[in-house]
Design a protein around this ligand. Structure first.
Ligand code: ZN
Length: 589
C-alpha cells in the first residue's frame, strides 16, 4: 500500500489566531474578571455570603478559570507546534503574568473555603451538588493545615530549604556529561544522559555494559553529596508532614493527594513485591534463552531481540488499524477517537520545530481535546496514537462534569490511554502472520509491563524503606546496600546483578522531586491489566462498564468510580488478576 498523503496537521485557528482581535478581547475580559473577583472578598470574609451568592461567586470563578485555560491552552499549543515561534513565546510570557494576577485574585476564596468550619461549609456543599467532589477536595488538607503564620514561615523556609535542595540536585546532575569512549568509532565526544541511555538498548553486549558502568561511575563520584541532599529532603518531609501536619506515615501524604486509601496502596505494593519477581523472573529467563545467554545480566535487561526494521505504515492505514482495534471493543470509543482527527484537532506530521514526544491536551470540557505527535510510520507511533486518542476519548466522555471535574485524577488518568494500547496490541497479535512478528509484539508488551509495573513498584518499596532508614540515621552506604538488597529481591536468581547498580537510586529524580510519586505508574498500569482480565472473562458486556469509569472523569474518588462500575474491591485478588494477564502474554512467547 502506498500513500501520498502526509499525516494531518491541526487547525489551531479554531481556538484563536496569534495577534487577532478575538485573542486580545478575551485577554481583556480575563483581566477584567481578575480585577472584579476580589469584590467578593468583603462578603466572604465577613461571613455573610448567602448560598445563591456562593453560586454566583463560583460562576465567576469558573468563567475566569475557563478563559485562563483557553488562552494558555492556545498559547502552549502554538508553541508546541513550533518551538521557535516568537509570537507564541511572547504570548506565553504575557499570559503567564496575566494568569498569575488572575490566580492571586482568587486566592482569598480558596483559603477561606479551605479553612471554613465544616458546619459553615455544609449549606454551600449541599447547594452545589454536582461540584461536591471538587469543593471537598479543596478542603481535604484542612485537617493537616497549620496556622496562617506557620504556613507562611514554611513557605518562606521552603524556598531556601527543600526547594533549594531539589534545585541543587538538578544542577549537579544536570551538568553531568559522559564519556563516549566505549562507543565503536567514537571520537571522544561527550554524551548527555539521554544520549548515554540509548546505548543500554544496543545490540552489542559490551556497549550496554559500558554504558551502565559509565552512568553509575559518574553518579557514584558524587554519591556522598547526593545522598546528603536526599537525607535532608527526607528529614524535612518527615518533620513537616508527620510532626507538624500529623499525617500517619510519610507515604500517606501522597495517598491523600491521589485520594487513595493507604490500605489500597499498601495492598498493591504487597502484591507487586511477591508477584513481580515471580512473573518477570520467568520473563527474564525466557529472554535470556532467546538471546542465547545462559543467564541475563542486569546490563541485558533492555537488550533488543529483533534486529529487523519496522515495516512503514502510512498514517491512514495506522489510524484505520487503531479504529479497527477500538471499534471491536466499543463503536462509541472508536467514534470519539476518530472525532479528534475529523475535527482537525490532531497534528501528526513531521515539523522541524515541533515539540518532541506526544501529548493530549484537554483545554475546555466541551471542546474535543488536542493531540500532538510526530508520526513516522513505525509500530511505536501506532501505540502512541492509540494512547493519546485514548486520553482524548476519556475527557470527551466526562465533559459534562465541567472544567473542575472532567479530567481524571492521577490514579485513573492513564486508564483509557493504556487500555487503548492493549486493544491495539491485541489487534497486532491477531494480525501477526509469522512467529517472529508475534514475538516482537509480546516483547513490546512485556518490556512495558516490567518498566511500568515491576520497576516502579520496587522503586516505591525502596522509598518506604529509605524514609525509615534515614529516620534511624542511615549512612549513604547503608542506603546503597538497602537499594542493592531491593534489586536482589526484585530479580532473585534470574538476573545477575553487579555492585554499581546499588547507585541507581541516586540517579532517580522522582525520589528527590516528588516523594512517593512512582507507585502511581504501577497502580495505573496494573489497574488496566486487571480491567483487561475482566474484559477477557466477560467479553462485550464489559464495554459499557468501562465507559462508565471513563465517563466519571475526576468527579469522585477513584475507588468509588471503579466500585460504581462494579470493579473492585482493589484487594489482593484484584491485583493478582492483573499479573495473570501478564502471565498469559508471557505464555504466548
Ligand atoms: Zn498518557
Amino acid at each position: 500500500m502506498t500513500s501520498t498523503q502526509s499525516p494531518p496537521h491541526w487547525d489551531l485557528s479554531l481556538l484563536y489566531t496569534l495577534g487577532s482581535p478575538e485573542l486580545h478581547k478575551d485577554m481583556a475580559i480575563l483581566k477584567a474578571l481578575a480585577e472584579s473577583f476580589p469584590l467578593w472578598k468583603d462578603k466572604v470574609l465577613t461571613g455573610d455570603l448567602s448560598v445563591p451568592e456562593f453560586e454566583s461567586l463560583l460562576a465567576d470563578y469558573t468563567h475566569l478559570n475557563e478563559l485562563a485555560d483557553k488562552l494558555m491552552g492556545f498559547a502552549s499549543l502554538s508553541f508546541a507546534e513550533d518551538t521557535k515561534n516568537q509570537a507564541a513565546l511572547s504570548l506565553m510570557g504575557q499570559l503567564e503574568e496575566l494568569l498569575a494576577e488572575a490566580r492571586n485574585s482568587t486566592l482569598f476564596f480558596q483559603l477561606w473555603w479551605k479553612d471554613l468550619e465544616d458546619s459553615a461549609a455544609e449549606p454551600y456543599l449541599e447547594a452545589m451538588g454536582p461540584l461536591n467532589y471538587y469543593l471537598k477536595r479543596m478542603r481535604a488538607y484542612r485537617p493537616h493545615s497549620l496556622s496562617e503564620a506557620e504556613e507562611r514561615v514554611i513557605n518562606y523556609k521552603d524556598i531556601t530549604g527543600a526547594e533549594a535542595l531539589v534545585t541543587l540536585y538538578d544542577s549537579i546532575t544536570g551538568a553531568y556529561s559522559f564519556s563516549s569512549d566505549f562507543v565503536p568509532g567514537s571520537k571522544g565526544e561527550k554524551l548527555s544522559r539521554e544520549e548515554l541511555s540509548m546505548y543500554v538498548r544496543s545490540p552489542l553486549p559490551q556497549v550496554r555494559k559500558a554504558a551502565y558502568k559509565e552512568l553509575y561511575k559518574v553518579f557514584s563520584e558524587d554519591s556522598l553529596v547526593l545522598s546528603q541532599i536526599y537525607q535532608a529532603l527526607v528529614r524535612d518531609w518527615r518533620l513537616e508532614n508527620i510532626r507538624l501536619r500529623s499525617y500517619p506515615s510519610p507515604q500517606s501524604v501522597r495517598n491523600k493527594a491521589n485520594d487513595l486509601p493507604d490500605s489500597v496502596v499498601q495492598c498493591l505494593l504487597e502484591v507487586c513485591s511477591t508477584e513481580a519477581p515471580r512473573v518477570f523472573g520467568e520473563y527474564f529467563a525466557k529472554k535470556a534463552s532467546l538471546l542465547g545467554l545462559s543467564k541475563l545480566t542486569r546490563y541485558d535487561l533492555y537488550a533488543p531481540y529483533s534486529a529487523s526494521e519496522d515495516e512503514y505504515v502510512p498514517f491512514e492505514t495506522g489510524l484505520g488499524l487503531v479504529n479497527e482495534a477500538f471499534v471491536e471493543f466499543s463503536p462509541q470509543l472508536a467514534h470519539l477517537a476518530l472525532e479528534v482527527d475529523k475535527s482537525r484537532h490532531l497534528t501528526a506530521n513531521i515539523l522541524k520545530n515541533k515539540r518532541s514526544g506526544a501529548f493530549c491536551a484537554s483545554i475546555l470540557p466541551e471542546d474535543i481535546p488536542w493531540v500532538l505527535m510526530s508520526y513516522k510510520g513505525r509500530r511505536q507511533d501506532l501505540f502512541t496514537l492509540a494512547h493519546e486518542l485514548g486520553h482524548a476519548v476519556h475527557s470527551q466522555l466526562a465533559k459534562e462534569h465541567g472544567i473542575f471535574q472532567y479530567q481524571a485524577t492521577l490514579p485513573l488518568a492513564e486508564t483509557a490511554s493504556t487500555f487503548g494500547e492493549m486493544l491495539l496490541a491485541q489487534k497486532f497479535l491477531q494480525k501477526a502472520t509469522d512467529p517472529q512478528a508475534k514475538r516482537d509484539i509480546l516483547f513490546h508488551i512485556l518490556d512495558d509491563a516490567y518498566a511500568t509495573v515491576a520497576r516502579q513498584a520496587f522503586f516505591a518499596l525502596f522509598e518506604l524503606e529509605a524514609h525509615e532508614l534515614v529516620d534511624k540515621g542511615a549512612t549513604s552506604s547503608e542506603l546503597k546496600d538497602a537499594y542493592y538488597a531491593n534489586l536482589s529481591r526484585q530479580f532473585g536468581d534470574k538476573v545477575e546483578l553487579t555492585e554499581e547498580f546499588g547507585w541507581e537510586w541516586i540517579s532517580i529524580p522522582h525520589f528527590f522531586h516528588t516523594p512517593f510519586y512512582v507507585y502511581a505508574y504501577s497502580f495505573g498500569q496494573l489497574l488496566v491489566y486487571s480491567l483487561w482480565k475482566i474484559y477477557q472473562e466477560e467479553g462485550e458486556s464489559f464495554a459499557p462498564r468501562f465507559l462508565k469509569i471513563l465517563s466519571a472523569g475526576g468527579s469522585k474518588e477513584p475507588v468509588s468510580i471503579l466500585a460504581e462500575a462494579g470493579v473492585g474491591p482493589l484487594d489482593e485478588k484484584f491485583w493478582k488478576g492483573g499479573f495473570k494477564v501478564i502471565e498469559d502474554f508471557l505464555a504466548q512467547i
